[in-house]
Design a protein around this ligand. Structure first.
Ligand code: GLA
Length: 399
């Protein structure tokens, strides 16, 4: 285990050193952090309803490198992926509505703690989490930056504080009202383990992922514009559904859809068909997470196949956040003999599907899906066989 962590660190050092030597020629003491993306195995749109999710951190990550400079009051941030650099004044950090906000957000929120900054700060980012594909590229960037600042300024933040700062950056600085799943996964991920997160109590149960199963992610290659506005709309619909149920049954113990049962759903059905569909999906999805947890422990493939397809169909027909391309990818995946489970993952409206496939059959699966997806949609899919990985790390080094 220790050896593997060191291997990862060495690998990340090399990526960064190579980039710096090539493009910057920096020398001296630098701080490095990295934070993984995640794939959600099951439990979609349940986090902001205080329910259960089952993500895992993956070996796609954002690496952040920081150093102190002599430029008084200046924060310089650079994305090596985008080949863009911006400079802002420490006293005047504002959202830019660009990629830079994922970096500026945590800096802004931690400003009070790093107030004694003398000179300037330079942060360089490089990552391989596909942007906007439902694999938490934004959370991995926010967590990488929060962890980096923690290391640079010796803030001694607990891991859960890093989660909270990163989520707050996304909610308040970037302006996306996400739940807590992505940042939790990026911080608390554990190699070879799925995480069952209770989004109400923030407790995590790690479940060993079967050695004979593999996680494969298929990118639909599309990102529908509707995504962001529909995400907010679904949150509002869940709130409205909750409000009606609470009013009708006059029960103050019900704090979220997490506390709603089938009988309460019936009340909603009579009043508002759309809200009923949304709430029904959430109530059932929560149960599916718990069923999937037990199934993973027992390596029970049939149950996984069942709950994954139920989850996908619910997202398609009841929560209405899937799209044609994701549906096709799931349909194709289930035509492959060694698929254990397949469903869309993340917020929806494009992005990726998550597939559990028998170990040893991943490449065959990838070929199969690529060819069929091309012939059915005339689109290309990028397929990633991922490793379930540890959460964020930070360290210092001399170069
Ligand atoms: C996005 C959000 C998460 C979660 C998922 C849907 O990834 O960032 O908080 O709500 O959508 O499950």
């Amino acid at each position: 285990m220790k050896e593997q962590i060191e291997d990862i660190i060495i690998e990340e050092k090399e990526v960064i050193i190579e980039e710096i030597v090539k493009s910057k020629g920096l020398r001296g003491k630098v701080f490095v952090s990295y934070a993984p993306g995640r794939v959600n195995l099951i439990g979609e749109h349940t986090d902001y309803n205080m329910g259960f999710v089952m993500p895992c951190a993956i070996d796609l990550k954002t690496v952040a490198l920081g150093r102190f400079t002599n430029h008084e009051g200046e924060i310089s941030i650079e994305s090596l992926n985008l080949r863009e650099k911006i400079r802002v004044n420490f006293d005047n950090i504002k959202p830019t509505k660009t990629w830079a906000d994922y970096i500026l957000g945590p800096i802004f929120l931690l400003k009070n703690k790093i107030w004694n900054l003398k000179g300037g700060l330079e942060i360089i980012i490089k990552g391989n989490v596909p942007l906007g594909g439902g694999l938490s590229s934004s959370a991995s960037c926010e967590v990488a930056v929060s962890s980096l600042l923690n290391e640079m300024f010796n803030l001694k933040m607990e891991k859960i504080e890093i989660v909270r700062i990163s989520k707050k950056a996304e909610n308040e600085f970037v302006g996306v009202p996400c739940g807590i799943m992505d940042q939790m996964s990026s911080v608390f991920g554990k190699e070879n383990h799925a995480m069952v997160i209770d989004c109400k109590t923030e407790e995590i149960e790690y479940v060993k992922f079967p050695q004979s199963w593999s996680v494969v992610i298929c990118d639909s290659g599309v990102k529908h514009k509707l995504g962001e506005s529909e995400y907010k709309k679904r949150q509002n619909e869940c709130q409205q559904a909750l409000k009606i149920i609470k009013e009708r049954i006059k029960n103050n113990q019900i704090e979220s859809l997490r506390d709603v049962d089938e009988d309460m759903l019936d009340i909603l059905k009579r009043e508002n068909e759309i809200l009923w569909k949304r709430a029904k999906f959430v109530v059932e999805e929560n149960k599916r997470v718990l069923t999937a947890k037990e199934a993973i422990k027992k390596e029970d493939k049939e149950t996984i196949a069942k709950v994954f397809i139920q989850s996908h169909i619910g997202l398609q027909k009841e929560y209405e956040v899937s799209c044609e391309e994701l549906d096709k990818l799931v349909e194709i995946a289930y035509d492959f003999k060694y698929t254990i489970g397949a469903r869309m993952t993340g917020a929806g409206f494009g992005g990726n599907t998550v597939n559990i496939v028998e170990k040893g059959k991943e490449k065959e699966f990838a070929e199969f899906v690529k060819e069929k997806y091309k012939s059915k949609t005339n689109k290309k899919t990028e397929i990633r066989i991922v490793k379930i990985s540890d959460g964020a790390k930070s360290f210092q080094m001399e170069i």
